[in-house]
Design a protein around this ligand. Structure first.
Ligand SMILES: [Zn+2]
Length: 95
């Protein structure tokens, strides 16, 4: 089996396990504040952007078509990769 094919199958398997395979940007809903995050174990979760507790809400963004998702909580449409302009305001001070 070709290496590339093995990697593809690994990714598919990782997705089945709920692991985030890092092939797209994390989504954030600008309407209700639901955001994706990745735990230290590599699991994809969603939580509230304003919440300090990172607990998995159990909700998952659903992909409607290539690069376009809908928020499972409020139904807003989200375009993957279109969050660059928001990053500045979402950054927290480390210190
Ligand atoms: Zn939403």
């Amino acid at each position: 089996m070709a290496l590339a094919q093995q990697l593809t199958e690994l990714r598919i398997h990782a997705r089945e396990l709920g692991l985030f395979t890092d092939d797209r940007e994390l989504l954030t809903c600008t309407s209700c504040g639901l955001m994706e995050d990745v735990t230290s174990e590599g699991f994809l979760i969603t939580c509230d952007v304003e919440s300090l507790d990172i607990n998995d809400s159990g909700l998952r963004f659903t992909e409607q078509q290539e690069g376009k998702f809908s928020c499972p909580r409020c139904g807003a449409n989200i375009v993957a990769g279109d969050i660059d302009s928001q990053n500045d305001s979402l950054q927290h001070d480390e210190g």
